[in-house]
Ligand binder design. Structure first.
Ligand code: HEC
Length: 149
């Protein structure tokens, strides 16, 4: 295969891989504003995204903390105070105020940028639709309807 053809098919493969099925089906790009992403957010997909969180977090009411705090109802909580028993960092608690959709979106993009010094050692979710889906999932577990919908 000539080099030019090879490189063209490589470029196509990269483009196809970058265009996630979720984006094609929903007509909203991962880089769209939060309100647009939340409008098409899917709790079931959010449950699948939450597998990345489940190593450290439980979601059901009354379940214990792991490396991270239990997240049931976190969307109604003060930042860094959802679980009474968990040993939060001052870095997170000093942010103050309540969780909102916008704050969760920011936190889940890059926890260390939102609260420098946080003990949530997670690089963040780069895909904005994954963030919207998991935020919808958090609202569905003890938080009611997303306030930002
Ligand atoms: C490697 C472990 C780990 C992973 C993976 C992880 N977290 Fe966390 N998370 C933590 C820790 C630890 C804290 C407490 C941070 C602090 O006190 O600075 C936390 C805190 C939080 C909080 C704030 C809780 C509160 O009471 O205010 C939210 C919301 C949260 N995580 C959501 C998520 C979501 C959603 C994911 C998956 C996309 C995730 N986390 C992945 C460890 C983790």
């Amino acid at each position: 295969m000539p080099a030019a053809v090879r490189s063209t098919s490589f470029t196509l493969a990269v483009l196809l891989a970058a265009c996630a099925p979720a984006e094609r089906d929903r007509g909203v790009s991962p880089g769209a504003p939060l309100a647009a992403r939340i409008k098409v957010a899917d709790t079931r997909l959010g449950r699948a995204v939450f597998r990345q969180c489940a190593a450290c977090h439980t979601i059901d009411a009354g379940t214990g903390d792991r490396d991270g705090p239990n997240l049931h109802g976190v969307t109604h909580a003060q930042v860094g105070r959802n679980s009474a028993r968990f040993g939060y960092t001052a870095a997170l608690q000093s942010v103050g105020g309540e969780w909102t959709c916008a704050r969760l979106d920011h936190w889940l993009t890059n926890p260390a940028a939102f609260a420098p010094g946080t003990s949530m050692h997670f690089p963040g979710l780069r895909n904005g639709l994954d963030r919207a889906d998991v935020i919808a999932y958090l609202y569905a577990n003890g938080g009611g309807k997303p306030a930002c919908r």
